[in-house]
Design a protein around this ligand. Structure first.
Ligand SMILES: Cc1cc2nc3c(=O)[nH]c(=O)nc-3n(C[C@H](O)[C@H](O)[C@H](O)COP(=O)(O)O)c2cc1C
Length: 337
């Protein structure tokens, strides 16, 4: 009998498969299905900084308009200003989800500026979120902004959110830093309780017939896992924060790969969208069967077995791997896909 239990930023999970943010968590019914499908925890779809700003701007407009015409109506203001499906709906969904499912429910806050909206993390915590996943999807599109400024922004946003809550805070980040390892260490040093590797960069397609740009999200394929796998293997044992893998899980062997690299939990969205929320239990059955076949009794025995060794120089280790692979490729040993 294999033991799949694990911990993720201090939370006890029944297994290491976590549903990452997606439309599957948009409704209470969807959340219920994810939980009964077998996942160990659920990260809800993101609430965006832009939604919180819109709500705040609308609230200010309403106060001004109402104060001008009916000063006595100000006492009704909160219920007038709030809308369904937006920030308030999100808090209600957290409350209902927490009361309904028996796995941790993690709220996702998605933003890039260290400003007032970060306080919303507190409201998420008060609604019952077991943790906050902070998605800092910052595309450094302005060529006048230095790499150091971009990095500092990540630190500032994290610090703001950390100061607003007592529950654990995970940071979901992009791999596109000059030194992703140093960025990970800085976030770790600023109190990130987990690092979620990685955000998939939205690369818009171009339709040459219609002459339009198509900013669409594609589902991932297993090859998308390699980048996160590489960095998880490098960071295992070098940060205090938990490591969560996100991208490219399609079959149970992909879970095994990430765990061997050193992930504490493995997240999945594309596979659950393709095959349905119940597919999590198939992935878990496959993981248990693989562990039994290999003689592993617990996730702890698997985790990090193929991470970059603690005493290795990570840069030299990666360079050696690269040179070996390229020399073999030039001698004809490469995979066709
Ligand atoms: C339809 C869809 C919606 C998503 N929505 C969010 C979101 O709201 N917030 C977020 O952090 N990630 C979001 N993601 C990214 C996923 O959580 C996940 O990190 C990514 O798809 C890579 O994992 P996968 O290969 O298992 O799909 C979304 C992905 C998809 C496909």
């Amino acid at each position: 009998m294999t033991n799949l239990t694990t911990t993720y930023m201090g939370l006890s999970l029944r297994n290491p498969v976590v549903a990452s943010p997606s439309p599957l968590s948009y409704t209470l019914d969807g959340i219920r299905r994810l939980a009964s499908g077998g996942v160990g925890a659920i990260v809800l779809f993101s609430l965006f900084e832009e939604q919180l700003r819109e709500q705040a701007a609308r609230a200010i407009r309403l106060v001004e308009e109402t104060a001008e015409s009916f000063p006595e109506a100000l006492s009704y203001f909160p219920s007038v200003a709030e809308e369904d499906g937006g920030p308030r709906g999100y808090l209600e969904l957290i409350e209902r989800a927490v009361a309904t499912v028996d796995v941790p429910v993690i709220a996702s806050l998605n933003g890039v500026t260290p400003e007032g909206w970060t306080d919303y993390a507190r409201a998420m915590q008060d609604a019952g979120a077991a943790a906050i996943e902070l998605n800092i999807y910052h595309l450094a599109g302005d060529p006048d902004v230095s790499g150091r400024e971009v990095e500092q922004r990540h630190v500032d946003v994290l610090e703001r959110v950390k100061s607003a809550v007592t529950v654990p805070v995970a940071v979901k980040l992009s791999p596109y830093f000059s030194s992703p390892g140093e960025m990970a260490l800085r976030l770790d040093g600023c109190g990130a309780d987990a690092l979620v590797l990685f955000n998939r960069f939205l690369q818009p397609d171009i339709d040459p017939e219609e002459l339009i740009v198509l900013p669409r999200v594609n589902l991932s394929s297993p090859a998308d896992a390699r980048l996160a796998q590489t960095w998880i293997a490098l960071l295992r044992g070098r940060v205090r924060a938990s490591l969560a893998a996100t991208s490219g899980v399609e079959v149970a062997a992909d879970l095994a790969r990430y765990l061997l690299a050193g992930a504490d939990v493995v997240m999945t969205t594309s596979a659950l969208l393709r095959h349905g929320p119940g597919y999590a239990s198939e992935l878990l059955d496959g993981l248990s069967a693989w562990m039994a076949r290999k003689g592993f009794e617990s996730i702890d025995e698997v985790r990090g077995l193929l991470a970059v060794p603690a005493d290795a120089d990570p840069a030299a280790y990666e360079r050696a791997g690269y040179v070996t692979a390229m020399r073999a490729a030039n001698a004809g040993a490469y995979n066709p896909w």
